[in-house]
Every structure is written in structure tokens, then in C-alpha cells.
Design a protein. Sequence first.
Length: 529
Amino acid sequence: MPKTGKAPSRPLTIYLLKAGHTPETAVKDLGKLRKFSVGENGSIGDLYLSVAPARPPRWVSLFRGATSPELPVLLGSPPSGVLLIENGGHFFALTFGYGRHLIMPGTYEENFGLIVTLNSVPGDRIRSIDVTSFDAISSHSRTQASREGSIREFGMDIEQDLLRAVTGTPADTTLGARLTGMDALHTVVQVNLCDLPALLGRYYERHQDQGYKTLYPWIDQIAEVRDSARRAKLDDALVDRLRRGNLDRLWLAVPEILDWTDVGGFRYSRTSGDGLHLDLHARDFLATLRDPTALTTDCLRTERVRCFSASTDMPRETWTVYQCVYCEIDEGGEMYLLSAGRWYRVAKSFVSDVNAAIGRLALVDEPLPAYEAGDRTEGDYNRRIAAGDPAHYALMDAKMIEYGGGKSTIEFCDLFTKDRRMIHVKRYSGSSTLSHLFAQGELSGNLFVAEKTFREKVIAKLPASHRDLVPTKRPAPDTFEVMFCVVSRSKKPIAEALPFFSRLNLRNRARVLANYGYRVSLAKIQASS
């Protein structure tokens, strides 16, 4: 046993195994690893090592026969290790080298490191955050600051972004000079081997502490499901619904933003010929299968959806069917949803809050005219509506207005009416497209209120019949209405047909517009079947 004393600083990566898991269930290929007892008679734990055969690195081949003198034989292969320590009936896995690959997915607690870090780092001592943003384009980003601050100072939208990882300085530096937490806890801490069990016990206490919910009450609203066993169970539930033809809260949608002016149609990989589908629908996909009752998850992950260009008749985008599935499943008091190939857990109370906010939006009783078969794009539809009643509708679609020094452009709206409705029209194709629509509506509304030059450019692009509706001086926003119109084939009310992340985004954008003073409404444009 090493002697105790002033401990050196050591980098540690720590996972907490889920209850019921032991080395036998949590470590891959346990029988093939070398086992070493750590401490007297294994009093501290067991270390498992995997040592790969030594081999030269790939880059050496670039210089073979081209150096003088010849390069020496360069061999190396870093070992992988995982130390299993039991403390208070709980197993911890400390990984070294590539040891994280020795742990079975789904056997460790998700967000263990994140919770420990949030409970240990004061709210104003955060150095970096990793977030997933559910905006017009779902994105992952890391923001690092030159000084420590609060999460809000990093520009995080607590209702739009999913916090994945945090780095900061703990108040108690005996826990580490700095902590970084996601599933694993990463720390550099002064510790001797014999003191590890007690330190792990302190981390466990921080994980069990619910104090982080006081400072970050929103933290558990949305979480990505990273447990492979849980994802597999949700996939099974999804496949079961498809086999039975139960498409309630389940549909297909394009998983990314498209330029619909160049979309000729879609084709599933099991179909051929000239026929194209104008949109994606689960029933159309199921009809391509010889036996839908034999559908599997592997089929969803291998079957392809191709988007064809209207101008070239050639495929322009390809996705798996699984990437295009949107599905909501209720289980255990929470909702799980599949969006763009990822499963998320959403607290039901949060879902209820979002739905209630959408329900308070003005729902237009008299919808706009239907989206007809001849309307290949939103532009076709907008031109037809404006031409049909030019005294009421002013066509603003594709009339781009410069802002921000002329480097960026935006549409004021698609249709502007005599009763001062700023109508934004978008063909439904998934969360990304609709989030883009709502973001544009918010930005346009902001510029219209705040920027005189923007209003002047709007007036210049309006027909003479509508110019007197827009003042050059700051307008009274409550005399204008921002109206979001979604083209959909669904027979459901539009508030029910929107995917959750779209409802969430709409709630947040509508809240901002309402704070400006606008009236905000939501309407459905019924598309022909």
C-alpha cells in the first residue's frame, strides 16, 4: 500500500453504475481482461486491463524508405483500464486510457457528472457549457468564457436549449480544482489511492442532493435518452405501433430545412418508376412494404427516403426512414419523443405548460383558402391568394429586405392584409422547418418595431394600396397581428398536429412577440390529400 501524505493532483474520469449492475454485467469481455486486486486483499477495488498488441502508428508508412537514416521501429498501444470500486452498495467505474470503451452502454447513470457538478459549482463560477439547441436547426455547441460566470451569461435559452455538460470551479476544492460533468465526472483532484472510496462517497452524496433543482429548476424538463436499453425499448414500441397501423402522434417529416422551390417529390427505396410522392407520410411508406406486420427497427434504419430535384429530376437529399419518423410515446408519467433520429424524455408537466400556452394563442376561425394540388410551393400558393384578392392581400413573399448594414436579408412576411395581418406561410415538414418559420416571424416583428429604415424598406416594397397601413414612425404593435399559417394534410387542429419542439419554439417566439405588443395567432392551411 502506498503511504498516505500530501497527495498529487490526478485527473480522474468517474462513472456511477446503475443499481443492480456489478463488474460482471458492466464490463465488456470481462473474462478476456487481466484483473488486479487493488489495496490489501482487494480492499479498494479491482482493476481490469486490456493491452492491445503493439503496432506502429499509421503515419509512419508515409516516410517508409524516404528518410536518412531510416526511422527506428516505432511501436505503441496505450492500455485501457477500468477500476471498479464499491462504496455503500454502489459501484463506481474509474476509467484510464481508453477504458470508457470497456464499460457496457446503459449500465451507468446518465447525467451523474452533470448533477454532481451543478451541486458543487456555485452558480456564478461556470467556465464552459455544452448545449443542444432545438432551434431552426438542431445544433450542438460548446461555449467557453474568458472568465467564470452564470449559465445565463453564456446566452443559454433555458427553454430552448438542452444542457449537456458544464465545467466550473467547485466551492469545495477538495472535490477537485475543476469539475466537468456529463454522464461521467471529470476532475483533477489531490487524492491518494487509499482515499478514493471516501471521495467517491462524497461525489455520490452530491449526486443524490436535489439542491441543483432550486438554482436550475428547468434542468430536468428535457433530456436526451442515451441509455441504449431504453432507446431499444422505445424503438420496439415505435415498431409495434407501425405494425398495427396506429399512427396517432406518429408521422414522417423531412428532418432538415429544404428549399421547397426545387422539390419535385419523394420516393422510398422499395419503390421505383416515375411516380413521386408530393410529401412524406407513414401510410405511404407502410404501403411499400410486402408485410408491414414484419417491420423491424433495422428496416427503419436501412430503408431510404430520397428527395428529388424539380429542376433536374435527380436525387438531391437522402435520409433513412428512421431519421424522418416523429413519434410521441407516454410512459411512466413522462413523454418520450423521437425527432430527427434521437429520442428525448420530456417531463409531462413541461408538456402541459407548453400545450396550455399554445392553447392561449388566437386560433383563426376562418382559415385561409386551401393549399391546392397546383400549389407546388409556398410561393405558388401566396401568389394565387394575392392575385385572387389584391385589394385585401399584398404579396410580400420573396421580397427580401436588407437589415444589419445590408449583409442580411429577410422577408417582412409572405402576405400582408388590409387589416394589418403579417401572415407567414410554411409548408409543414418537421420541427426544423417550422422553427425557422417562427424565428423569422419574431425577427421581422422585432425589426418592424425597432428600425425606421426597415419600415421604410417595407413601405417601398408594398403596393400603393397598402402603403398607408405602415407608418414610418414607431408603430403601435397592438394594431398589428403576426399570423403563422402552417400548410398540413392532417385532419387534426393545427395545435395538435405540430411536433412538440415546434410547439415549444412557437410558445417562446410568441411570448417575445406578445411582449413587443403584437397580437399573435396560429392557423392551418388545409392541404389537399
